[in-house]
Design a protein around this ligand. Structure first.
Ligand code: PFF
Length: 464
């Protein structure tokens, strides 16, 4: 266990962990969710969820990882004395399989659109959302092209993970995260300088609480998990490569700040451009792949701005995808004694194969046809609505019931130089937050299950 690889520096760890958090969730999912659910009102609820539910579970995962120096299955096993809690770890490994299978497909789309933008391919789509919509659906529904792009994306992912924690994940994050920040900053600057762009700011930051409904609240909560990469042991795995010198609390705050800041920057860049060009801000999931390609050609230097935008989307997807693959690799290395190369190549390959079925399901070949849903959507819903929240709630319960709050706090306090209050104060705060998170998440899951089984959810009962 002594030769376990560790992060090279505190900055490296923070960039890697925020690289995991910042992904398609921030740049693709968040802006269209906010766009369709009351703009800033949604943002306010989402921020509250991040602080009340996200922060305590993020701290919990990091502390479990650092304390045990093991990936999720081994970590739960060690802390619970080989009891059934290890299944929470297995759930994490299973979630990683499920998420990366469809995440890799969208990662492939980001690469394709980067190249399309660079080659001037958006020109023919200028101002024509219908044509752009058709180009996009023809592309994702075809059998060959998206699969090739997905496989290229997965090869990048496998290539980085094979190199290991320091020279792979950390070095990658040190290059890609600053690039994402700088390019997004430039895009925001460009968007704000366009005439009419500032209306986008109002849309994103002025709260309209009348537009908020119970289903947006459920959505904001689910998204808080997804965006912080919680509920499947990613942060346990990343925490397990930490030494005992670091202040976990301030690192977690950094990860949350960077994740939120980048989501806001992405929202600002997108909505200032959308408003300046008079496009539809509530276009949904197609906002990025359908609407944006129609407006980039209309702004000066559109080829470069368009390519840069999809390139940061690609980098954001990649820094997240590697963290998902690392959960699986670390399991086989820690628990089965496999070499990093063998685990990464074999399971990166298996996931790529499942991803091929995911991609094909958007065209003619859908193995979940009998459920009236594409295999792609099935995996997306299964993970973000059920697996991650259940994993997160179980992690909170594990800390409350098994590991115990005082031991958790002691782990958190390692590396903290001075503390303002008595230990009992922190213990109470942690306890209350974890109880609230598990209760809220439990409620959401029950709500979703009711909706699934009886077509009856709180939102529907309230008439939304
Ligand atoms: N946080 C990533 C995003 O916002 O796109 C998605 C993700 C990565 C979820 C890693 C879960 C995970 F373990």
């Amino acid at each position: 266990m002594n030769n376990r690889e560790q992060w090279g520096s505190r900055l490296g760890f923070i960039l890697a962990a925020s690289g995991s958090a910042v992904g398609l969730g921030n740049i693709w999912k968040y802006p269209h969710m906010a766009g369709q659910n009351g703009g800033a009102a949604f943002t306010v609820v989402y921020l509250i969820c991040i602080l009340i539910v996200g922060l305590p579970i993020l701290l919990g995962e990091l502390a479990i990882g650092r304390n045990t120096q093991l990936s999720p299955v081994g970590a739960f096993n060690k802390l619970s004395g080989l009891s059934k809690w290890k299944w929470v770890g297995f759930l994490g490994v299973a979630s990683a399989f499920v998420i990366l299978s469809f995440y890799g497909v969208v990662g492939g789309w980001t690469l394709k659109y980067t190249i399309l933008a660079l080659s001037g391919g958006f020109d023919a789509l200028s101002g024509q959302p219908d044509i752009s919509g058709k180009v996009f659906s023809d592309f994702i529904g075809s059998s060959f092209q998206p699969v090739i792009w997905q496989l290229i994306f997965m090869s990048f992912c496998i290539g980085i993970i094979i190199k290991g924690v320091k020279s792979g994940i950390e070095s990658g994050a040190k290059i890609m995260m600053p690039l994402i920040l700088v390019i997004l900053g430039l895009l925001v600057f460009k968007g704000l300088s366009l005439e009419g762009g500032k209306k986008g700011l109002e849309f994103l930051f002025k709260p309209k609480f009348s537009d908020l409904n119970p289903s947006s609240i459920v959505m904001a909560l689910g998204h808080a998990f997804f965006t912080l990469s919680l509920g499947m042991g990613t942060m346990i795995t990343y925490g397990s490569y930490l030494d005992k010198k670091q202040n976990l609390f301030s690192s977690a705050i950094w990860v949350i700040l960077l994740d939120t800041f980048i989501a806001m920057l992405a929202g600002t860049a997108i909505f200032t451009i959308v408003f300046a060009m008079g496009a539809d801000p509530s276009a949904g999931a197609g906002l990025i792949f359908v609407v944006l390609p129609t407006i980039f050609p209309q702004i000066g230097g559109g080829v470069i701005w368009g390519a840069l935008f999809f390139f940061i989307l690609f980098m954001a997807a990649l820094t997240s995808a590697i963290s998902i693959l690392e959960v699986i690799t670390a399991y086989f290395v820690d628990e089965k004694g496999w070499s990093r190369n063998k685990a990464t190549l074999l399971f990166g390959g298996v996931i790529s194969l499942v991803g091929v079925f995911c991609s094909l399901s958007l065209g003619d070949f859908n193995i979940t046809n009998f459920m009236q849903v594409s295999f792609f959507d099935f995996l997306d819903e299964l993970s973000s609505k059920y697996m991650l929240p259940i994993g997160g709630a179980l992690t909170a319960l594990f800390i409350l019931k098994k590991w115990s709050i005082p031991v958790f706090l002691d782990e958190l306090l390692i590396g903290v130089k001075e503390r303002k209050y008595e230990k009992s104060f922190y213990q109470n705060v942690l306890k209350i937050c974890l109880i609230i998170s598990s209760l809220i998440v439990g409620l959401i899951i029950i709500n979703e299950v009711f909706d699934l089984l009886f077509d009856q959810s709180l939102q529907k009962m309230a008439g939304f």
